[in-house]
Design a protein around this ligand. Structure first.
Ligand SMILES: Cc1cc2nc3c(=O)[nH]c(=O)nc-3n(C[C@H](O)[C@H](O)[C@H](O)COP(=O)(O)OP(=O)(O)OC[C@H]3O[C@@H](n4cnc5c(N)ncnc54)[C@H](O)[C@@H]3O)c2cc1C
Length: 421
């Protein structure tokens, strides 16, 4: 692979900016480059797909409300407008001392790993499930559950799982026989388990409820048809932990309305047709979605870049690596050394404009500006596609209007990058 070769000019030394990942903040960087790209700056985007899936709309896709195209931003028009070269691949390593990235191409024509040099590097690759950590914490999970990351793999496999689901299992705990969460299903029940009790898991569960229970064979619509039982496995903590207690109560009410079984235990393993819980019992299920907390990418280790103890890239108020001044990062891959905040799409979006400013400033030798992440953000947790719970700090409310608002905000986000490309 030929990396863009910066050529010296009498006016300004040419520089190569390498953007890795097309996450929320990098979409803004691309849009800004489309409006103004300094002549001396050569820019490459390394990312595996020709689109960026907007995770906020994925529950709506799962519920059957959105077509897949509605949840995706096509990158080619943005890249053309910004004069940015696309390399289709995954970053697999960084050598910060050599200012060099290793990549694995993901297009079918190329197989061998490549290296790419940079003058400036910016990372917005999101969160991942680390397969080694998953294998240690939950043996069998990679083989027998459907992880929500990478999100495009989840989307592909979700559809297949729904089509292939086999009604007729009874959810039950084989040991010990008396548990606090005795199943209520009968012999024609199809059981889906959602592992994790954060916002993504809860939203996906309620979206799945809407989709699966609307299916003709569900909910006893034909008299003899199967019923759907959904189970939420919290990991031992409370549902929607991290939210104010009043919001948790709202979420629990929504789950109760859908007769969701809440199991306050850790899932410690998976096998064909069942999940193993920490008390030794087995929960039989026809499908299991894995939406537990995510990890930092393993390829950051050994990069020479300063990392926080969770393995995420440590950045300063300029979204700049605390160890290497020519490396920047935003979104779930990074952690602010001065003011760590929750990892969410909202924060990744807010980091876009300051990151774009600082990349251009660094390329031109201008001063950087600090980014001040908001202390509170507007959160909209969808409960299917007719209802949502809104929260702003400790304030909260819910209703169809909140879902309407979420739908407008999400569609506007996708449209912004489609219309300005
Ligand atoms: C189902 C679901 C719903 C969610 N809903 C919301 C919500 O409503 N609001 C909210 O605030 N948060 C939500 N989140 C959380 C949100 O998805 C993340 O916090 C957010 O996506 C992080 O954004 P990011 O910019 O860091 O990366 P991402 O949006 O994850 O983008 C990462 C990009 O990097 C690319 N990439 C990944 N690895 C590599 C690599 N090795 N090399 C090159 N490119 C790579 C990916 O292909 C992608 O283009 C949701 C999460 C899920 C799973």
């Amino acid at each position: 692979m030929t990396a863009p070769t910066p050529q010296a000019t009498p006016q300004a030394p040419r520089k190569h900016l390498l953007l890795v990942g097309a996450g929320h903040a990098h979409l803004h960087v691309l849009q800004m480059l489309a409006q103004h790209r300094p002549a001396h700056l050569e820019v490459t985007l390394l990312t595996p797909d020709a689109w960026q899936t907007y995770s906020g709309m994925v529950p709506g896709y799962v519920a059957g409300r959105y077509a897949l195209d509605a949840c995706r931003i096509a990158l080619q028009p943005l890249l053309r407008a910004a004069g940015v070269t696309w390399i289709q691949g995954l970053c697999t390593g960084i050598d910060a001392a050599q200012s060099q990235v290793t990549l694995q191409p993901t297009d079918s024509s190329q197989k061998t790993p490549q290296t790419l040099r940079y003058d400036l590097l910016s990372l917005d690759t999101g969160a991942v499930f680390d397969p080694l950590r998953l294998a240690a914490d939950m043996p069998g999970a990679l083989e027998h559950t459907l992880p929500v990351r990478p999100i495009d793999d989840f989307i592909d496999r979700w559809q297949t799982m729904v089509e292939q689901r086999q009604p007729g299992r009874t959810p039950h705990h084989q040991q010990p026989p008396q548990t606090a969460h005795t199943p209520t299903a009968n012999a024609t029940t199809t059981t889906w388990a959602f592992i994790g009790a954060g916002a993504a898991s809860v939203e996906l569960l309620m979206a799945a409820h809407e989709r699966l229970c609307a299916a003709p064979q569900a909910a006893g619509s034909s008299g003899s048809a199967s019923r759907i039982q959904l189970v939420l496995i919290t990991g031992g903590g409370e549902v929607a932990a991290g939210y104010a207690p009043g919001i948790q109560r709202r979420v629990l009410r929504q789950l109760a309305q859908r007769q969701v079984q809440v199991v306050r235990q850790r899932c410690v393993g998976a096998q064909p047709g069942a999940l193993r819980l920490e008390d030794g019992s087995l929960l039989a299920c026809d499908g299991a979605v894995l939406a537990v907390g995510t990890h930092a990418p393993r390829w950051l280790q050994g990069s020479g870049l300063a990392l926080v103890d969770t393995g995420h890239l440590q950045v300063n108020p300029f979204q700049q690596s605390t160890s290497h001044a020519n490396v920047f990062a935003a979104g779930d891959v990074a952690t602010r050394a001065d003011a760590a905040h929750p990892k969410s799409g909202v924060y990744a979006v807010r980091a876009g404009p300051p990151l774009a400013h600082n990349l251009l400033a660094a390329a031109s030798g201008h001063p950087l500006k600090p980014h001040h992440p908001p202390t509170r953000t507007l959160n909209l947790l969808s409960c299917g596609t007719r209802h949502a719970i809104l929260s702003w700090g400790a304030l909260h409310a819910e209703g169809a209007w909140a879902w309407w608002l979420k739908d407008r905000i999400d569609r506007a986000f996708v449209a912004r990058y489609a219309s300005e490309a």
